[in-house]
Write a new protein. Structure first.
Ligand code: ASP
Length: 355
């Protein structure tokens, strides 16, 4: 039974004011629920792939694993109840503000964000860029709904609470906890949509969890959280500069880029082939856009490796930026945040090498 069980509303968090961390041996962890498959439900137990995401409220998810009460003092907030493919910058910014407010509280030691797996890597990366805190912030989801045979959500959530309540996770940046594995937000990517081992990092995981105990093997060398120059507190409103993505393949259309400019894009991510390559017949379009103030960022649709500057494309001559090893969707987020500070391509390039 939950000793401090509270209802699933934002008001619930106010109750934390009565329970300072110092009065508990266990750490205080807040679960911020946003929906996804971890909160999904299917028609039968054999429906592991056909189901509706974002159905089960957070209190039911936590009630299903009473073992988490041994790990930490748990509170929760139902921030959103959506499938993560429906996240927009508005939800992302508001979620970041909510997590930031929690991270600043002296009675919160760690935060778990339950999230759909489709865009979990994007939310995790964004939070790692804009929340200046050393406290563990752990994103978790599942590949099977809770109604399925061998649902992966309960153990993933148990492990995420264990991680968020562990002092060893402090200062490690925003983490993704999936399938017993601990990933750094910037490196992790969903690479398969039908298996439980859906997430990988080309540079390796940070560690693993066994029976609620984290074991660490690596650390991220990139700037994040407390060492970030971005801050959710300096973002005004609930939108980011518009940044579009164009997927590279044979037979590209210049109009794919021009329509984004017409929509108001301040930058375009070219998710190119190979080394973020640009077809010779597309180069004039990108240079025209660049001269009209639309930043061109070369990323790659190849899942591993990184885009090398001035290799096949003369980026210095064109004034383009390369995304280094960030995939197109993470490149969009860093570009949007960069544009809140500068439009200088050299400065944006610096950020891509530092984050
Ligand atoms: N479409 C779902 C979502 O991202 C998939 C999942 O959670 O695994 O919300």
């Amino acid at each position: 039974m939950l000793t401090n069980s509270i209802r699933t509303s934002n008001l619930a968090i106010d109750l934390l004011a009565d329970s300072p961390a110092s009065t508990y041996k266990k750490n205080n962890v807040v679960v911020v629920a946003t929906g996804g498959t971890i909160a999904g439900a299917g028609a039968s137990s054999t429906n592991s792939a056909s189901y509706t995401a974002a159905k089960i409220p957070v209190d039911a998810l936590i009630d299903a694993i009473p073992q988490v009460q041994d790990l930490a003092n748990i509170r929760w907030v139902q921030a959103l109840q959506i499938a993560s493919e429906s996240m927009t910058d508005k939800e992302l910014i508001n979620l970041a503000r909510q997590v930031n407010d929690l991270a600043k509280r002296s009675d919160v030691n760690g935060i778990v964000v339950t999230h759909g797996t489709d865009t979990m890597e994007e939310t995790a990366f964004f939070l790692s860029l804009v929340i200046r805190s050393d406290k563990p912030i752990v994103l978790v989801g599942s590949m099977r709904p809770g109604t399925a045979l061998s649902a992966d959500g309960p153990l993933n959530l148990y492990s995420a609470v264990a991680l968020a309540s562990s002092d060893t996770a402090k200062g490690k940046g925003v983490l993704v906890m999936m399938n017993d594995t601990i990933f750094a937000a910037r490196d992790v990517s969903k690479i398969i949509n039908i298996h439980t081992n859906a997430f990988v990092s080309q540079w390796g995981a940070l560690g693993t969890i066994v029976e609620g105990k984290p074991y660490w093997f690596r650390e991220s060398t990139k700037r994040h959280n407390s060492s970030s120059e971005f801050n959710i507190e300096s973002i005004e409103g609930d939108s980011l500069p518009l940044v579009g993505i164009v997927y590279g393949a044979n037979n590209m259309l210049p109009q794919s880029y021009l329509v984004l400019q017409q929509a108001g894009a301040k930058a375009i991510i070219h998710a190119g082939t190979g080394n973020g390559s640009v077809a010779d017949y597309i180069v004039p379009t990108l240079n025209k856009l660049q001269s009209e103030g639309v930043q061109i960022i070369r990323s790659s649709h190849v899942p591993q490796g990184f885009v090398i500057r001035n290799a096949e494309q003369p980026d210095d001559t064109y004034g383009w930026v390369v995304a280094h090893d960030l995939n197109p969707q993470k490149t969009r987020l860093l570009t949007a945040l960069a544009l809140t500070k500068t439009t200088d391509a050299k400065e944006i390039q610096r950020m891509f090498y530092e984050y």
